[in-house]
Design a protein around this ligand. Structure first.
Ligand code: OGA
Ligand code: NI
Length: 370
């Protein structure tokens, strides 16, 4: 199914352009965007051309940076914990995004994880092809653009997806070249996730285990992106504007930059900081907090330089059929002046809706408004 309107399809037809054929050729190559680059492309194929505005006004704003060090070096100091919670609260209400340093994951682990992503995408194409799939019920698969056939324009990016939890994954299912580090990194990320959920619970005025107790911390969907260098970056995107479907996302990016966050009507660069992780709240968090915490739009620009690599860990369960728990706005946060604005939904329904529409620039949350 293509999300083009009839006029566009008719125009393409009249000009003898078969978009679906191009999408299928890319898909069936199983070599992704990197395969096109390796083949020595001189011009950006039409399927990658985005109509969306790519302008960025220059500004000096940056997303909040929060030092988690005192949580570990001085765990009994309640005033430093209180200060950190205040910063998390401010960032979650005003930005939906922040960076954290001294989060407990050693820099060597972060660097090795990024190296693992490069090793996966740059290995022998024939071996990589064995992982190529669009079957979202698989726990490990690689493809280009999860929404290839529904998105209005294709992004300049390939991705390896791994469902790391809640059920533990047999490591043998992971690609050899990044197996050990993916297991290790996701164990570390899980711990950071739990710390974040405790702080977020307290920032909402709830007891610190609240979000963990309603199973928000269950499930890690780890996706490793590879953004090849692009000849005509001004015509496309690495990742077009979207908000995440997760409760929260913990993102590791390399030092190349390109990630931008939409804040107060402008796009703000998320400047890479060595050793830092980017944290952002997703649609599920905005839904359960009844809009108190924001799931904010972000995007990744395509660039002439590259490859850029990043690892996004979506903290949420995936599409497993047994996961039927329903989430609605948290009762403790509701008052007569602040009635629920979302209906209850399961993670599976929200994620299915999100996948069904693809990164089309619109929020998946609208579908769940009362
Ligand atoms: C995502 C995402 C940003 C990046 O995977 O949802 O926003 O820097 N990734 O790759
Ligand atoms: Ni995202």
């Amino acid at each position: 199914m293509l999300s083009k309107n009839l006029t566009e399809i008719k125009e393409d037809h009249e000009h003898g352009y078969d978009r679906h054929k191009d999408l299928k050729a890319l898909d069936e190559s199983k070599a992704g965007v990197k395969g096109l680059v390796d083949a020595g492309l001189s011009k950006l194929p039409k399927i990658f051309i985005h109509e969306q505005d790519k302008t960025t006004t220059s500004n000096n704003l940056s997303i909040p940076l929060i030092d988690f060090g005192p949580l570990f070096t001085n765990p009994t100091n309640s005033s430093s914990r209180f200060e950190i919670i205040e910063k998390v609260k401010y960032a979650s209400e005003k930005w939906g995004f922040f960076q954290i340093v001294n989060h407990g994951i050693p820099t060597t682990v972060l660097d090795e994880m990024l190296d693992g992503v490069v090793r996966f995408h740059e290995q022998d194409t024939e071996i990589k092809k064995e992982f190529y799939s669009r079957d979202v019920t698989k726990r490990v698969y690689y493809n280009t653009n999860f929404d290839l056939y529904v998105t209005p324009a294709v992004n300049w990016r390939d991705t390896l997806s791994c469902v790391m939890g809640p059920q533990s994954l047999d490591p043998q299912k992971l690609p050899t070249v990044c197996r050990d580090i993916t297991v290790k990194y996701s164990e570390y990320v899980k711990k950071v996730g739990i710390v974040l959920f405790e702080l977020l619970s307290e920032a909402l005025g709830l007891n610190s285990s609240y979000l963990k107790d309603i199973d928000c911390a269950e499930g890690i969907f780890l996706i490793s992106h590879y953004y090849p260098p692009c000849l005509e970056p001004e015509l496309t995107f690495g990742t077009s504007a979207h908000s995440d479907s997760s409760f929260l996302t913990i993102l590791l990016q390399d030092q190349l930059g390109g990630l931008q966050v939409f804040h107060e009507n402008q796009w703000i660069d998320v400047t890479p900081i060595p050793g830092a992780l980017v944290v952002n709240l997703g649609d599920l968090m905005q839904l359960i907090t009844n809009d108190k915490f924001l799931s904010v739009k972000h995007r990744v620009l395509a660039q002439k330089i590259g490859p850029r690599v990043s690892v996004a860990c979506f903290i949420r369960q995936h599409l497993s059929p047994e996961n039927l728990k329903r989430y609605g706005p948290i009762c403790e946060l509701l008052t007569p002046e602040n009635p629920p604005i979302y209906k209850e939904t399961s993670v599976k329904d929200l994620v299915s809706h999100y996948y069904g529409k693809g990164l089309d620039g619109k929020s998946a949350l609208d579908h769940f408004r009362l």
